[in-house]
Design a protein around this ligand. Structure first.
Ligand SMILES: Cc1cc2nc3c(=O)[nH]c(=O)nc-3n(C[C@H](O)[C@H](O)[C@H](O)COP(=O)(O)OP(=O)(O)OC[C@H]3O[C@@H](n4cnc5c(N)ncnc54)[C@H](O)[C@@H]3O)c2cc1C
Length: 441
């Protein structure tokens, strides 16, 4: 058995942030990671000489973001791309109506204005909603309050369904009414042309990270924590577990004794989502210049409705779309060709039969990834926003949970992973430590 002061389970951004801060504070730390790489859900594919972020792509608002500060300190190039957050009009978007024809600028502006009107009503409806209300319930109340005709309401209803799916990978009836409360963007959004994985790789430098160490059991007691892996047993005075909610829900990693209340209850109300990315590289560009995204409305938009133009990143004509919620679940076992065919049907409706087949395709499969079991956590009906922070309540003075799902203010992000890792380090130390020590050392 190996003895260390603190064991960190998981070398994603949360675990690496915790470990760096603890090492900076003078502690002896080991990080145990099941994969053969660091970064977890920050993962960059470099096949075919193409840089493709299979997990996180964006910083959803650089103002006050520790990710932006760390990326700047690490010299990571960033490109502005402010269309995350499923915003209707933050940057130019080419909207197509249910008939497949492009909306005029005036019609697109009127549609975006409708969304803003409903959102203003929605804020109050969500604030007054009960714990068992779904996002569908509150959006229907907000739509009904407008007194519009059915067509006009249906366009915004579709938009709200897509927002639930694209933001949280969840069908609108499964997401809690408060499930999008965190949905605000401070400052520009950016992406990383050289790959997001440079962030975790830099965070990991100098740390004792043991790759391909699969943790199967974490036993905690007053005297410390014993962690069993397929490469031996580790004992620490304390441990920080940063594995995703999907792994915590599974039987692959046993915590003994089981997580106590209030942590167990909070965990039971969060769910891992279904959210996959599809990158399509084309031989030539067939869509308009100067738009950040393409969106279509109407019944044909049920699955494939939004395409993001990533051409500016590398000069290769590239569209990114998402299979999110029901589309991700239903296409889970589809071949890459089947997915491409299905997407091309929609693109050809909008741009004609001349739309070529893509030369390169990347499709993610986070649902079948044993070390995440989905892309990120969402609030199921019945959960409260506080459930996120509750997950991080210290357990028995020796065990701590961290990771994106444990941060109420902005869960499901890399920033949340960093902030939660910082909080866990402070809880272990019992004292404050500046978060920038994670990248300034
Ligand atoms: C498709 C997709 C798109 C996203 N888009 C964005 C975005 O644009 N912007 C954004 O901010 N965020 C985005 N996110 C979310 C972001 O990637 C995550 O919130 C963040 O990376 C989570 O970091 P973490 O450290 O909490 O968890 P993880 O990165 O999952 O780290 C946990 C680590 O634990 C390891 N592990 C699991 N089980 C075991 C075990 N039994 N033993 C040992 N180790 C184990 C895992 O391998 C992993 O490395 C996206 C995620 C996905 C999947």
């Amino acid at each position: 058995m190996e003895h260390v002061e603190t064991i960190v389970v998981g070398a994603g951004v949360a675990g690496l942030t915790t470990a760096r801060l603890l090492v900076e504070a003078g502690r002896d730390v080991v990080v145990l990671e099941a994969r053969d790489r660091v970064g977890g859900r920050v993962s960059t594919d470099r096949r075919f000489s193409l840089t493709t972020d299979m997990g996180a792509s964006w910083i959803h608002g650089v103002d006050g973001s520790p990710v932006a500060a760390a990326a700047a300190a690490f010299g990571m190039p960033m490109v502005e791309f402010t269309v995350g957050g499923y915003q209707p009009d933050s940057r130019p978007i080419a909207y197509y109506g249910p008939d497949g024809a492009r909306l005029t600028d005036a019609a697109a502006q009127a549609f975006a204005a409708d969304i803003h009107v409903v959102d203003a009503t929605l804020r109050d409806v969500v604030a007054g909603s009960g714990p068992q209300a779904s996002y569908r319930d509150v959006t229907e109340t907000a739509l009904a309050a407008q007194g519009w005709d059915e067509d006009r309401i249906q366009r915004v209803r579709e938009y709200l369904e897509h927002r639930s799916e694209e933001q949280y990978g969840a069908w609108i009836e499964d997401l809690a009414a408060h499930g999008l409360d965190d949905d605000s963007i401070d400052g520009d959004e950016v992406v990383f042309p050289d790959g997001y994985d440079r962030l975790p790789r830099r965070l990991a430098e100098g740390l004792d990270v043991r790759l391909t160490h699969i943790v199967s059991e974490v036993q905690w007691a007053e005297g410390g924590v014993t962690v069993t892996t397929d490469h031996g047993i580790f004992h620490g005075a304390d441990a920080v577990i940063t594995v995703p909610v999907g792994v915590l829900h599974s039987e692959d990693l046993v915590i003994a004794p089981p997580l106590p209340e209030p942590v167990a209850g909070a965990l039971s109300r969060l769910r891992m989502n279904a959210f996959e990315k599809v990158f399509l590289r084309f031989p030539s560009k067939f869509w308009d210049d100067d738009v950040y995204a393409i969106r279509q409305q109407g019944p044909e938009s049920r699955w494939w409705h939004s395409w993001y133009d990533l051409t500016a990143l590398h000069g290769t004509p590239t569209l990114l779309t998402f299979a999110a919620g029901p589309a991700a679940i239903e296409t889970r076992d589809w071949s890459e060709d089947e997915i491409v065919d299905s997407i091309l049907v929609q693109l050809r409706r909008l741009y004609g039969d001349a739309v070529p087949r893509p030369t390169h395709v990347h499709v993610t499969d986070w649902q079948d990834d044993p070390w995440s079991q989905g892309s990120y956590a969402y609030m199921a009906v019945g959960s409260t926003t506080a459930d996120h922070d509750t997950l991080a309540s210290p357990i028995g003075g020796v065990l701590h949970l961290a990771g994106e799902a444990t941060w109420t203010e902005d869960p499901a992000t890399v920033a949340a992973a960093m902030f939660s890792g910082h909080r866990a380090a402070q809880n272990v130390l019992g004292s404050q430590i500046p978060i920038d020590h994670a990248w300034l050392i």
